[in-house]
Write a protein that binds this ligand. Structure first.
Ligand code: WTA
Length: 660
């Protein structure tokens, strides 16, 4: 990593101290770091006390056969009981678990913990009637509605691992996942509401069932929630309405205590090549890791907080920080079905105002979208209930961080930038809101009980001020246990690179600043090499976004005869910069190139800047730089099937054609 490259982010010298009242009353204090360092197993055993166990564990961690970890060995528990029943038993049955907000206006529903418990028990009984037994896999392909959480918890209650497939995925993707994990039952709905209209799901399931059967995987039952009321094709031999199967069931279900290492779910995530990886999470460690970090990082006060994580339940963030963590902590949360601009661009802020949301957790891509829409939109709403803001999913550019703090957090609310992965299950690197001062753009350091470092090719810790690869040096409770059905790929992908040291290789580039704090620089495959200098896409993107006319930027390294790779930037302008016509003047492009040069250095000056109307994103909001690279390298654009909107690439290619 070149000196020049590293200096840009290090020039970020804004610092925000934790608010005094938050610090005074913080759930986790400075001393936790020392405790976590001194004896991580004791630290996590302590954290495990927050759950209800059928039988206590005999051993905290079995790491005798790395990288195959077992946590809370010999312990038994039930995840659904921990997320629901015990709160009812403790007298909190009337407390709202979920404020559901449908996309159509005024389509809202509150579910108390007592109601949630009844629903989960009924659904569990329905699954039993359908012949689902402990250990069977169940696929869930749903919109963001309460039944999705009910379905997940019913599976967990039975011990039938679920695999939730994001509702935006295609029939092919669903079929592949169903086949890979051998699911015989799919839970879905007729559709959900998105962008002001019903959007169908059932047809994709019908298609997926056919495709799965061609690949030898028979799906015998499809349970369908009626959400939109749209017409659906029906196959009597396998399709069943949720309200017919579930509503008449008994609300009593005696839950079995499952082994701590019993599989809880499989979540598929894309690898660098080939078929998706089925990340396996198990019960005890996962629930300890997610519930503890949810309480720790968000400084959760379950009695008073109203929490809202905007992630779709089809992603790991929706699993750990919407379903399992918050419910295990017995808090009240918001669940919103639709898109942020339906029916208007202030919808999210309207929801925050209405429910008095206190903790808000979203992704940088959303924040940058709001920046693009303009400050006046959130300014119309009363956001004063918010006391903590979180970010996840990609590096947050300092400008986006500051915008978030200023415009959503009244200029005083702490922002926690949380680094983790589907594989880690729980947040690993993040500030502690009552302890750590905020540094825009830095995820700061590993949480107590977690060991993370930035190392060089040989696994040696890099000095402060240098960059390298992010590794995790000790096992943690919510870590993935393996890839479903593929122990070899599990070892190979994560553990072979630093096998001698026994480190987990996260696949992310990172650097340590002069204080030793960690800055995530994006996937290592997004790191460019320009004239022998390593440049991070993230860093250049941040530089671009720091220009007042830029809303969002994506940077790729395109092959270049002279420099190896060259920086190519794709930029979306802020609405205010577009006034006076769509066409991007050459002066502006030159201005942006010079701006990057000024921010980072001549080495980072983009060879090319293209002003585009949209960026290609996956449905989880990640920019697909691979496709932009195809454009920059004048290649046929590759596979676009995982794009949220596959027409975006046509818009971008048009721009290229016009020489913008
Ligand atoms: C990236 C999402 C920088 C990172 C929870 C990681 C981040 C990948 C951050 C995992 C962050 C996530 N700062 N980068 N705060 N959070 N990432 O599996 O590259 O969808 O490896 O899990 O997202 O994405 P995944």
């Amino acid at each position: 990593m070149s000196e020049q490259t590293l200096s840009n982010l290090m020039n970020e010298d804004r610092r925000f101290e934790p608010p005094a009242d938050l610090a005074a009353d913080a759930n986790v204090r400075e001393e936790a770091y020392a405790r976590g360092d001194a004896d991580p197993e004791a630290f996590w055993a302590d954290a495990a006390e927050r759950l209800d166990w059928g039988r206590k564990w005999d051993r905290v961690l079995d790491w005798d056969d790395p990288p195959f970890a077992k946590w809370f060995v010999g312990g038994t528990l039930n995840a659904a009981v921990n997320c629901v029943d015990r709160h009812v038993d403790a007298g909190h049955g009337d407390k709202v678990a979920i404020h559901f907000v449908g996309e159509p206006e005024d389509d809202t529903r509150d579910l108390t913990y007592a109601q949630l418990k009844d629903e989960v028990c009924k659904a569990t009984n329905a699954l039993v009637e359908l012949g689902v037994a402990k250990g069977d896999r169940v696929a869930i392909y749903m919109p963001m509605i309460p039944e999705t959480v009910v379905a997940m918890l019913a599976c967990a209650r039975l011990g039938a691992p679920h695999t939730v497939v994001f509702g935006g995925f295609s029939a092919d993707a669903l079929a592949n996942r169903v086949v890979d994990c051998g699911a015989e039952v799919i839970i879905t709905s007729d559709g959900g509401f998105r962008r002001g209209a019903p959007s169908a799901l059932k047809p994709a399931v019908d298609e997926a069932v056919g495709k799965a059967s061609e690949q030898g995987q028979a799906v015998r039952s499809v349970l369908v929630v009626r959400r939109t009321g749209q017409d659906v094709d029906w196959d009597d031999s396998r399709d069943l309405w949720w309200h017919d199967a579930v509503d008449g069931q008994s609300a009593d279900h005696e839950a079995e205590m499952h082994d701590s290492e019993h599989p809880l779910y499989v979540m598929y995530t894309s690898g660098t090549t080939g078929k998706p990886k089925g990340i396996l999470h198990t019960t005890g460690g996962y629930l300890v890791g997610t519930s503890f970090t949810h309480w720790e990082v968000f400084d959760l006060k379950p009695e008073t907080d109203v929490y809202w994580c905007t992630a779709d339940v089809g992603w790991v963030t929706g699993h750990s920080y919407m379903a399992y963590g918050p419910l295990a902590n017995g808090c009240t949360q918001v669940m919103y079905e639709g898109t942020p601009d339906s029916p208007h661009k202030g919808r999210w802020w309207e929801i925050v105002e209405k429910y008095g949301v206190t903790i808000f957790y979203t992704a940088p891509t959303a924040i940058r979208t709001f920046m693009k829409w303009g400050d006046d939109i959130p300014a119309k709403f009363d956001l004063s209930s918010i006391r903590l803001l979180g970010s996840v999913g990609e590096p947050i550019n300092p400008e986006a961080y500051v915008w978030y703090r200023e415009n959503i957090g009244a200029g005083s609310v702490p922002v926690v930038d949380t680094w983790w992965q589907t594989e880690t299950g729980q947040i690993m690197i993040s500030p502690l809101p009552g302890v750590t001062h905020g540094k825009p753009g830095s995820a700061m350091k590993a949480l107590p009980g977690v060991a993370a470092d930035v190392v060089d090719d040989l696994g040696a810790s890099v000095p402060n001020g240098s960059g390298g690869y992010l590794v995790l040096q000790k096992p943690w409770p919510a870590m993935l246990r393996t890839l479903w059905g593929d122990d070899e790929r599990f070892k190979d992908t994560y553990w072979s690179r630093y096998a001698e040291k026994g480190f987990y290789f996260a696949g992310d580039g990172a650097k340590k600043d002069d204080d030793g704090d960690i800055w995530l620089l994006g996937r290592v495959d997004d790191v460019m090499n320009v004239s022998g200098h390593r440049l991070s896409t993230t860093e250049i993107e941040s530089a671009l976004v720091s220009h007042p006319k830029v809303a969002e930027a994506a940077v790729v390294g395109a092959a270049d005869d002279t420099t190896g790779q060259a920086v190519c930037a794709f930029v979306i302008l802020r609405e205010s910069a577009l006034e006076g016509g769509e066409a991007a003047p050459d002066e502006l492009i030159e201005e942006l190139r010079k701006h990057v040069q000024k921010e980072i250095g001549a080495i980072a000056k983009p060879r090319q800047v293209m002003i585009v109307p949209e960026l290609p994103k996956t449905r989880s909001g990640k920019i697909m730089r691979r496709l932009l690279k195809d454009v920059a390298e004048h290649r046929e654009v590759g596979d676009v099937t995982t794009l949220a909107d596959s027409t975006v690439m046509d818009l971008i290619k048009d721009k290229e054609g016009s020489g913008a």
